[in-house]
Design a binder for this molecule. Structure first.
Ligand SMILES: [Cu+2]
Length: 472
């Protein structure tokens, strides 16, 4: 403690008063971006300088990352080292109201709390294992000594139930990184053990980031009617999540018009996810290896975030309500059934009556598509098994959104206060800027390639006249 105070005063006098200014700025930033459990961070950080002051004037002056639906673990400064304590434990997790499960996570949540630090920080990470089996902790993407890499059996002994291990290293990079066990990974990740590790650049950002969001992608085999994710499933998952939540339980991404927004995305699921943003293009500005040189930035509207990868997307906010989602259509559904026969276009009326004689309440689905699913669910026609969610959910200002899973809305408004993250409701579109219904009879005959069918298609075998088929 004495040593730490001496270091502090030595550094403060040698480095003039710059640190005081930056500490004040950081305290303000924390206050302006309130998040659960972040309250204690500014005071503890203000008490001690970071271990390796770089002398950069902007050191530590960053916009705190906002983990959508999640939280950031407050560090404790001990002798100039930033300490974090993660506790691996069983938790009860709610994916959305009506769907809960026994999961494994850290410090009460899945994903675990986000760890946030600055390039050059010395960090000490305690990991306590309160699980019934051994675990370990891998710091995904971090440059560190081999023995701190957390591969159970390879770089360290496993952390047995009841034990606590300590990891300590200096952060020699910045960017979007992750943490997860490297022990019985198939089980421990399948049930939710993962988190984000965000490192801000010591020299500050080349372009000021006004809002810095972070999302961890995952998938869950939580079969309808069950309460524990199934770790043995490899492809047919039931829930697709941003920070372990499904739409519509996922918070909106909120920004003010003209602000520069970054969305950091990490993927510890079992699928690659093409993440798609409506509205403005974004620039992909970084990945696992940190922020890319500006010459490598590229404009996209969809970016694949591969398994085990991270990507940073940045854009200047444009007013409106813009969908932000995975473009794998099944990944914006909840609680998929996987062995459903394809009934699209099938007249099921006779079948439905026959089955209903044996299964009262049975309702055929999908004749004209699946949109009827949400309508039936919401009108109470279709009670599903317990502890599951409808495939399609969410009400928008114009009707059902028919979404689930990896979907949320970027809500950009002109009149938001800086640092206001409250959901502003639905966008008030300027007059004349909303698609609307017209009388099609005034439009004349649309140009078609082939004549429309004379009668609705049926599943009766129809003779095909091959001589009339056109190719090309
Ligand atoms: Cu996806």
């Amino acid at each position: 403690m004495t040593l730490s105070r001496r270091n502090w005063f030595g550094w403060a006098t040698a480095g003039a008063l710059a640190p005081l200014g930056l500490l004040a700025r950081r305290a303000f930033a924390q206050e302006a971006h309130p998040q659960p459990a972040q309250g204690a961070a500014p005071a503890t950080e203000a008490a001690t300088p970071a271990a390796q002051p770089t002398g950069a004037a902007a050191r530590g002056d960053y916009t705190p990352v906002r983990t959508l639906n999640g939280w950031t673990l407050p560090p404790r400064m001990v002798d100039g080292v930033k300490e974090f304590h993660l506790v691996a434990e069983e938790i009860e997790h709610e994916f959305a109201p009506g769907c809960v499960a026994k999961c494994w996570g850290y410090n009460g949540t899945t994903p675990g709390p986000t760890i946030e630090a600055v390039e050059g920080d010395r960090v000490r990470l305690y990991v306590t294992n309160n699980l019934p089996e051994h675990t370990s902790m891998h710091w995904h993407g971090l440059l560190l000594p081999s023995g701190m890499d957390g591969v159970g059996g390879l770089s360290q002994p496993h952390i047995k139930p009841g034990e606590t291990y300590v990891y300590e290293f200096t952060l020699r990079q910045h960017g979007t990184h992750m943490y997860h066990p490297h022990a019985d990974e198939m089980t421990q990740m399948a049930v939710g053990m993962m988190g984000l590790f965000i490192i801000h650049p010591a020299a500050g950002e080349p372009e000021r980031i006004d809002r810095d969001y972070a999302i961890l992608l995952h998938n869950w085999a939580l079969h309808p009617g069950t309460y524990r994710p199934d770790p043995s499933v490899m492809q047919d998952f039931d829930l697709w999540t941003f920070n372990s939540k499904v739409f519509p339980a996922i918070d909106a991404i909120v920004a003010r018009s003209g602000e520069r927004v970054r969305i950091r995305i990490g993927n510890l699921s079992m699928w690659n996810h093409p993440i798609h943003m409506h509205g403005p293009r974004f620039a992909v500005t970084g990945g696992d290896g940190g922020r890319w040189p500006r010459a490598l930035w590229r404009n996209e509207v969809t970016e694949i975030v591969g398994v085990g990868q991270t990507r940073d997307l940045e854009f200047v906010a444009v007013p409106g309500d813009w969908a932000f989602h995975c473009h794998m259509a099944h990944h914006t559904m909840n609680a998929m059934g996987h062995e459903i026969p394809n009934t699209l276009g099938v007249d099921q009326s006779g079948v439905e009556a026959k089955i209903r004689a044996m299964l009262p309440g049975y309702m055929a689905m999908g004749e004209t598509g699946m949109a009827e699913h949400q309508a039936h669910t919401e009108s109470g026609h279709m009670p599903g098994p317990e502890n599951t969610l409808p495939m399609m959910m969410g009400q928008g200002p114009f009707g059902p959104l028919e979404m689930g899973g990896m979907f949320t809305v970027i809500k950009v408004r002109d009149d938001l206060a800086r640092g206001d993250y409250a959901d502003p409701g639905w966008y008030a579109h300027p007059r004349g800027t909303v698609a609307s219904r017209v009388d099609a009879s005034t439009l004349g005959e649309p140009v078609r390639r082939v004549a429309p069918p004379r009668s609705p298609p049926t599943h009766e075998a129809t003779p095909v006249d091959h001589s009339k088929m056109h190719h090309g």
